[in-house]
Design a protein. Structure first.
Length: 313
């Protein structure tokens, strides 16, 4: 099979038929073998019934329905698990991603040897203040922190080799950082393509301004996990050593001063250096304990389900 198209969605009943017909038209015109995977992330409208009808009419359409809303990352994880195509394309269900871009993305993976290709919505039709400016700041911070030189991390239109999606773990809200996850997993040949962005045709966006705050917090998380996720003691132990060294230095200073320099001076416990030494040594001990706990948790953690599937077609 050439292509798997993975489409996470939440309450997009108006656009599903039009999106399906558009994708099918592109696939047939290029004679691709394909499957379309709709991942219904707990929709409360008629989305699942429409997916069921599309599957009955087109054997290439498959669907997964979550029991409730678990988030876009979990929807992509489920879609990646089910995908059978040699190349996996992800796109949003709101018709803002153009299916006509699929052949070019597919060729960049197959012919040019990229592990993944990320879309870049260079010209956007979103609100300047609500989305464009925060998005630019977010992408700048992501580039500086991750080292992945992309202009648009959050574009839903992306293409992957099959072995990429089978070997990365998309969880929490990490769908924004799939290129970083791919790089950390060893798939470093990441390309970018300018893609056409279209104004939303139906309904309203499901994401508010809070997604940028969450995005920056997730950026810190993925930086930490990529640097210290396998060896948390390297971070917490280093901080612990620094704190204990500071505490020991102040303690040594107080001891020498009291015994040899100023034996008749104030009590050690009445001097501010004593409290600095005490606080830093306690903090250093706590950092060491956090590092030990992190190592223990890392070695004893169990794989737990992050979403529940209600139905599948």
């Amino acid at each position: 099979m050439n292509i798997s198209v993975v489409i996470p969605l939440l309450n997009e009943q108006e656009s599903l038929v039009e999106l399906h017909d558009w994708i099918v038209s592109v696939m047939q015109s290029h004679q691709y073998t394909y499957e379309i995977l709709f991942i219904d992330d707990g929709s409360t409208d008629n989305s699942w019934q429409i997916i069921t009808n599309l599957s009955a009419a087109n054997a290439c359409v498959k669907g997964i329905q979550f029991l409730r809303n678990f988030g876009k990352s979990q929807a992509l994880h489920a879609g990646f698990h089910e995908a059978k195509g040699d190349v996996v394309i992800t796109m949003d269900a709101d018709l803002q991603d153009n299916p006509e871009e699929i052949p070019a993305l597919y060729n960049m993976i197959v012919s040019q040897g990229y592990d993944m290709v990320s879309g870049w919505k260079k010209i956007r039709y979103d609100s300047l203040i609500a989305k464009n400016i925060p998005s630019k700041l977010f992408n700048w911070a992501a580039r500086k922190t991750s080292g992945v030189k992309l202009n648009d991390f959050n574009c839903g239109l992306k293409a992957y080799r099959k072995n990429v999606v089978k070997n990365i773990d998309v969880n929490g809200e990490m769908h924004r950082y799939i290129p970083v996850l791919a790089k950390n997993a060893g798939f470093g040949n990441i390309g970018e393509k300018i893609v056409q962005h279209q104004a939303r045709k139906y309904g309203e966006t499901k994401f508010g301004m809070d997604r940028f705050l969450h995005g920056f917090l997730d950026l810190i998380t993925i930086w930490f996990v990529s640097r210290f996720g396998r060896q948390p003691m390297h971070l917490f132990g280093s901080l612990g050593v620094i704190m204990l060294a500071i505490g020991f230095a102040f303690s040594l200073y107080l001891g020498i001063d009291k015994l040899f320099v100023n034996p008749d001076g104030r009590l050690i416990t009445e001097r501010p250096q004593f409290f600095i030494a005490l606080a830093t040594m306690v903090m250093g001990t706590q950092f060491f304990v956090a590092g030990f706990l992190g190592e223990i948790i890392l070695r004893t953690k169990e794989n737990r389900k992050r979403y529940l599937i209600k139905d599948k077609i």
